[in-house]
Design a protein around this ligand. Structure first.
Ligand code: 5GP
Length: 201
């Protein structure tokens, strides 16, 4: 039978700490393949092309879009972001778990194509925490921070589209929650029964 990996989609408002949780998750389970997105956003200080993102010009992004190279794409805070399709499909087919850290619009598009994926929403303990975390990061302009805060509130309205919600009041605990979710997902009967029925029928 086809032993496909698990497609894990993590979203959450800017400032909820989803990036930190994803990093902590990978430390605990380095076998997870993280999809590197393409974006038209300029790199922040310290960001590396091909590692954090593939930083593209608008023309390059459009060309890939026209060539149907994205699994999904979305416009987030005036910039375009997209998940390169080929690598994700290749890794899943190899049986690897693949992690996408994408916005809610993109996640819903992925859910239409991969309803069997696991969709996890990361929340801050309190909505007020978002502002202090976004400001504290110090990587955005005043205008950008305002946009991120407003869209954070909109994104939270879509939480019901996700299978799980994890509150990030403590990174270790929240990462543990995500690991528990993944362990349980892998034990779902619909994922394991084909192997067993194949062997014993
Ligand atoms: P940032 O600019 O802070 O790195 O990311 C901004 C937002 O874009 C985050 O919510 C992040 O999850 C989302 N994002 C990153 N990559 C992708 C992608 O490939 N597709 C979509 N739809 N959103 C993405």
């Amino acid at each position: 039978m086809e032993n496909r990996g698990l497609l894990i989609v993590i979203s959450g408002p800017s400032g909820a700490g989803k990036g930190t949780i994803c990093k902590a998750l990978l430390k605990k389970d380095p076998s997870i393949h993280v999809s590197v997105s393409a974006t038209t956003r300029p790199p922040r200080i310290g960001e590396v092309d091909g590692e954090n993102y593939y930083f593209l010009t608008m023309e390059e992004f459009k060309e890939r879009l026209e060539n149907e190279q994205f699994l999904e794409y979305a416009k987030v805070y005036d910039n375009y972001y997209g998940t390169p399709k080929e690598n994700v499909m290749e890794q899943l087919q190899k049986g690897k778990d693949v992690l996408l850290e994408i916005d809610t619009e993109g996640a819903l598009k992925v859910k239409e194509k991969f309803p069997e994926g696991v969709f996890i929403f990361i929340l801050p303990p309190k909505i007020e925490d978002l502002k202090s975390r976004i400001v504290g990061r110090g990587t955005e302009t005043e205008e950008d921070m305002e946009k991120r805060l407003n869209s954070a509130k909109e994104e939270i309205q879509k939480i019901h589209e996700y299978h799980y919600g994890v509150i990030n009041d403590d990174v270790d605990r929240a990462t543990g929650d995500v690991q528990s979710i993944l362990s349980a997902e892998k034990l779902k009967t619909e994922r394991i029964y084909p192997q067993w029925t194949e062997k014993y029928t």
